[in-house]
Design a protein around this ligand. Structure first.
Ligand SMILES: Nc1ncnc2c1ncn2[C@@H]1O[C@H](COP(=O)(O)OP(=O)(O)O)[C@@H](O)[C@H]1O
Ligand SMILES: [Mg+2]
Length: 318
């Protein structure tokens, strides 16, 4: 419906970048400023779709973090919501994973960066709910890679009161392949540990080059995840650091009470400041209080992280 070269407000469309469930994403150039952008054009015939798109724009406009894709504008036109993002020239992580295995240095950089970006979301009480390789964009030609998380289409602001009404028409929204078992089972609660689970699955693939679970029907996928029936990362690739192996497994625990509670904790674990085994037996206190991190120092570290390269430093903190 749009053609390349067409003007949409002040933006000239230069290429089609992707198509998804809600609309089409184009590369575009601001005709006055000369800046490069991505325009996500959402067909918003239904009120819920319109509200959801505007919420996506609002959330991404206020999250300023190097690992989070920024929205700079949003407007409505002919029953469409048009969201303007910074343009990321590189491939998606999905595309990169399809080209062959990443080095462990690359994998560690992506792990630290993604964990840092999602920790920022969780700190701002946003749960993304759709973390997957096609929603992660890589800046081109940078070594180690720099990634940016996008597509907040089904993200939830834990403080926004109308959130349930506009995101829950479907029983299961998001992508089953990277989804926590409790969501596959249709549990409605929103908790940052959902994102931790998805991050675990994505990083498993980043480190090993394999997906942890085969695709299949939702109930079967849920059982595989609840049983934690995947090949341990180090069994796939023995050079993976034991600390990383334990960290990925702590993200992918089937029982959310035994999983790392949020990405802020994941950053601490990757940096070697918290033992990933801390939540292994579950925490009654955490169940009662939500995601609160237990006081530091009550579980001494037993393993040194990431030798010989040293701890992963979140690149988001540069
Ligand atoms: N800012 C951007 N820069 C470059 N490519 C983008 C950008 N935003 C989205 N894309 C491309 O468009 C695709 C779909 O965008 P996404 O926001 O994930 O929409 P959907 O909700 O349709 O999945 C992405 O997988 C990516 O290939
Ligand atoms: Mg997407």
């Amino acid at each position: 419906m749009y053609s390349i070269g067409q003007l949409v407000s002040c933006f000239e469309l230069t290429a089609e970048l992707g198509r998804g469930g809600w609309g089409i994403v184009y590369a575009a150039r601001h005709v006055h400023l000369g800046t490069a952008h991505a325009l996500k054009i959402v067909h918003a015939h239904e009120r819920t779709v319109r509200l959801r798109a505007l919420r996506e724009a609002r959330i991404q406009a206020r999250l300023l973090h190097p690992q989070v894709l920024r929205a700079t504008d949003a407007f409505e036109r002919d029953q469409q919501v048009i969201i303007v993002f910074d343009l990321v020239e590189g491939p998606t992580l999905a595309h990169r994973l399809g080209q062959g295995p990443l080095t462990l240095v690359e994998a560690e950089a992506i792990a630290a960066a993604l964990a840092g970006g999602v920790a920022f979301l969780h700190h701002r009480r946003i749960v993304h709910r759709d973390i997957k390789p096609s929603n992660i964009l890589l800046e081109p030609d940078l070594a180690p890679p720099v990634c940016r998380l996008g597509d907040f289409g089904i993200a939830r602001d834990l403080d926004e009161p109308d959130a349930v009404e506009i995101t829950e028409p479907d029983a299961v929204v998001g992508t089953p392949r990277y989804m926590a078992p409790e969501r596959l089972r249709g549990r409605r609660g929103v908790d940052p540990s959902l994102d931790v689970y998805s991050l675990g699955c994505v990083l498993y693939e980043v480190f090993t080059g394999h997906r942890p679970f085969p695709d299949g029907d939702l109930a079967h996928q849920a059982s595989l995840r609840e049983d934690e029936s995947y090949v341990a990362p180090r069994a796939r690739r023995p050079e993976i650091d034991p600390w990383v192996d334990r960290t990925l497994q702590a993200c992918m625990r089937g029982d959310p009470r035994r999983r790392l509670p949020d990405a802020q904790v994941l950053v601490e674990v990757l940096a070697g400041r918290i033992d990933p085994g801390r939540w292994a037996r579950g925490s009654k206190a955490r169940m009662e209080r939500g995601i609160t991190l237990p006081p530091l120092g009550d579980a001494p570290l037993t393993t040194q992280p990431l030798s010989p390269g040293g701890p992963v430093t979140p690149s988001s903190q540069r």
